[in-house]
Design a protein around this ligand. Structure first.
Ligand code: PLP
Length: 284
């Protein structure tokens, strides 16, 4: 495998950034994960738009021009021969002696990696559905920025695994689900309406979430952007998660309680099936 690190393509196994990189010391950086499907990079424009927003919110500069970054992403995908898999890109504020204040005159660090993913893993999860647990929301109030500061997400997902589940849903003080540890959260009401939380500062505006709005429109499904409680989710017709790596994956149990008959819902599976046709595709 090959990784791109600050201007060079290096063997993945030995690629590294400096010990005083601010990503390492302060989680002072942002990232994106894009899906690669059938040799196409999915929704690259949306991911780079969101990267731009994350960088601007943190006053980190672009490490190179957007068009140059698009070339690097394509090159990393090709060099790793990824047809089905994902691209990871990370930009940090750069390398400087440890000091909380922004350093002057440093170049942002850029890492781009790509890896193959076995498609049968996602297919199996879609077929069986996943289980989620709920955990109290304990993240900062700027989770709309896709930073590498993911410790609450790490702990929540580890708690999910310990409980035999595959994702954790954060629940705010009002009892409403915000989102998953690495995904957006959705339910389908008894009337067949899709419900997902508005993309305010309480969630990350998922690129997959945005594309699913288009998929829903194409399938003639109604979407409501509003908060929903854990109780409403448990009583829903269907529940599911969305992210670049999971697309739309059914949730069949919440905190050990089955959703509907405990099997994946048909609406989420129809969204999943139609997703790739609707998403923007860039040949790698
Ligand atoms: N919410 C969180 C906290 C995430 O980490 C992610 C993706 O990893 C998402 C939502 C889904 O975003 P996207 O659809 O852009 O992958």
């Amino acid at each position: 495998r090959v990784a791109y690190v600050n201007g060079r393509y290096l063997p993945h196994a030995s690629a590294g950034v400096h010990i005083e990189d601010r990503g390492y010391q302060f989680a002072d950086g942002v990232y994106e994960v894009c899906e690669v499907a059938r040799g196409f990079i999915v929704d690259m424009r949306g991911h780079l738009d969101r990267l731009d927003r994350s960088l601007r919110e943190l006053k980190i500069g672009w490490p190179m021009s957007r068009s140059a970054l698009e070339v690097v992403i394509g090159e990393v995908v090709r060099r790793n021969r990824v047809k089905i898999g994902l691209v990871y890109l990370q930009v940090t504020r750069g390398v400087a002696g440890r000091d909380f204040l922004f350093p002057a005159g440093v170049r942002p660090s850029l890492v781009v990696t790509a890896k193959k993913v076995d498609p049968s893993v996602g297919a199996k999860r879609a077929e069986n559905g996943i289980k989620v647990i709920t955990v109290p929301e304990n993240r900062w109030d700027r989770v709309d920025i896709k930073t590498v500061g993911l410790l609450p997400n790490v702990l929540a997902k580890e708690a999910a695994r310990a409980a035999g589940a595959q994702e954790a849903w954060f629940v705010d003080r009002d009892g409403n689900v915000t989102e998953g540890g690495s995904s957006n959260a959705w339910i389908v009401t008894k009337d067949g309406v899709l419900v997902t939380r508005p993309a305010d500062r309480g969630i990350l505006r998922g690129i997959t979430r945005t594309t699913l709005f288009k998929v829903a429109a194409k399938l003639g499904l109604k979407v409501e952007e509003r908060a929903f409680t854990v109780a409403e989710a448990k009583a829903a017709r269907e529940a599911f998660i969305s992210s670049a790596t999971t697309v739309a994956t059914p949730v069949v149990a919440i905190d050990g309680e089955p959703i509907a008959n405990g099997h994946p819902g048909s609406i989420v599976l129809s969204l999943r099936n139609a997703f790739f046709d609707v998403a923007e595709k860039r040949q790698a």
